[in-house]
Design a protein around this ligand. Structure first.
Ligand code: KIV
Length: 288
C-alpha cells in the first residue's frame, strides 16, 4: 500500500514498500527496505517549505546537509558552516516533515573529540529535532561513532568524497579509483559499521566499489554519485531543481526541467525514478 497519494499519477512504477506505516519512518523501516530491495529515496532540504514539499512527494529520508554552506549561503565549500547554522536549518526542516526521517550533518570540526561530538550531536537532536547525525568518516572517526552510539545517538557514516576535507585533498573528485584508496574505503566502511554506524553514505565513488561495500554491509547504504548498487539514493535538492550554480556534477539530474517547471511534479518524478530504479542511469555513474 502506498503511504501517500500522487494526484493524477497513473504510472505503474512502484511507490512505496508494502506494510509500511504512514507515520514517521524509522531505522527499522530502512532495514526492512534493504531486505525487500526497495530503494530508499532521500533528498536534502534546508527550510520548512521545501521540507514539506519533499515529504509530500514521498521521500523517505531528508538530510539537512552542510551543503547548505554552498547552495544557501553561497560559500565555495562546506567548511564555513557552523553548529548554530546546522541547528537553525534543522529546526526549520523538522517543522515541514510528517513522514520522512530527519538526518542532520555535523559540520566541519564539530566532532573532533568524543566530548564535542556528543555535545554537538545532542544539540541537533534536542534543539533541531533530528533523529540521526551524519559525520564525514574514515577509521579515525571509529571511536566517535562508538561513543555517539553509546549515548543513544544514531549515526550515518559518510565515506568516499568528503567535502569537509577538500582544502586538504585538493578538490571535489571521485574517491576510490586507486586500488589503495578503494581498499581503505572498504575497510573503513566495515570498521565504522562494526563501531555502530546505523547507515552508510557513499559519495562520488565508482559504482562497483559502492556495490561491493553495500554487499558487505549489514546496514543500509545510501549513495550519491555511487551508482545503482546501493540501498538508496540521495541528491542535493538544488541539483534536482536545476538551481545549483557552477560545476554540475555528473550525477545531477534537473527534474524541474523534465517536469515543465512544477516543483511538486519534479520531486514526484525523482521519487518514482529512484524507486523504479530508473535513476541513476548509466550517464550518472563513475567507473573505475
Ligand atoms: O551536505 C550534503 O548535502 C551531503 C550530501 C551530498 C549527501 O552530505
Amino acid at each position: 500500500m502506498d503511504g501517500y497519494a500522487h494526484v493524477g499519477d497513473d504510472s505503474p512504477l512502484p511507490a512505496a514498500a508494502g506494510g509500511e506505516s504512514p507515520g514517521p519512518l524509522g531505522l527499522a523501516d530502512f532495514r526492512r527496505r534493504r531486505r525487500e530491495e526497495t530503494p530508499l529515496v532521500c533528498l536534502t532540504a534546508y527550510d520548512a517549505t521545501f521540507a514539506r514539499l519533499v515529504d509530500a512527494a514521498g521521500a523517505d529520508l531528508v538530510l539537512v546537509g552542510d551543503s547548505l554552506g554552498m547552495v544557501v549561503q553561497g560559500h565555495d565549500s562546506t567548511v564555513p558552516v557552523s553548529m548554530d547554522d546546522m541547528v537553525y536549518h534543522t529546526r526549520l526542516v523538522a517543522r515541514g516533515l510528517r513522514r520522512a526521517y530527519l538526518v542532520a550533518d555535523m559540520p566541519f570540526a564539530s566532532y573532533d573529540t568524543p566530548e564535542r561530538a556528543v555535545r554537538n550531536a545532542a544539540r541537533l537532536l534536542q534543539e533541531g529535532g533530528a533523529r540521526m547525525v551524519k559525520l564525514e568518516s574514515t577509521r579515525r572517526q571509529e571511536e566517535i561513532v562508538r561513543v555517539l552510539g553509546d549515548e543513544g545517538i544514531p549515526v550515518c557514516a559518510h565515506l568516499g568524497l568528503r567535502p569537509q576535507s577538500v582544502y586538504k585533498t585538493g578538490g571535489f573528485r571521485v574517491a576510490g579509483r586507486k586500488a589503495e584508496e578503494r581498499r581503505r574505503i572498504e575497510e573503513d566502511a566495515a570498521r565504522l559499521v562494526e563501531a555502530g554506524a546505523d547507515l552508510l553514505l557513499l559519495e562520488c565513488v565508482p559504482a562497483d566499489l559502492a556495490a561491493a561495500v553495500t554487499r558487505a554491509s549489514s546496514v543500509p547504504v545510501i549513495g550519491i554519485g555511487a551508482g545503482p548498487g546501493v540501498d538508496g539514493q540521495i541528491l542535493v535538492l538544488y541539483d534536482v531543481l536545476g538551481l545549483s550554480a557552477g560545476h554540475r556534477p555528473r550525477f545531477a539530474k534537473d527534474y524541474l526541467a523534465l517536469a515543465g517547471g512544477s516543483v511538486a511534479r519534479a520531486l514526484d518524478l525523482y521519487v518514482r525514478e529512484v524507486r523504479g530504479r530508473i535513476y541513476p542511469g548509466p550517464e550518472h555513474i563513475y567507473a573505475d
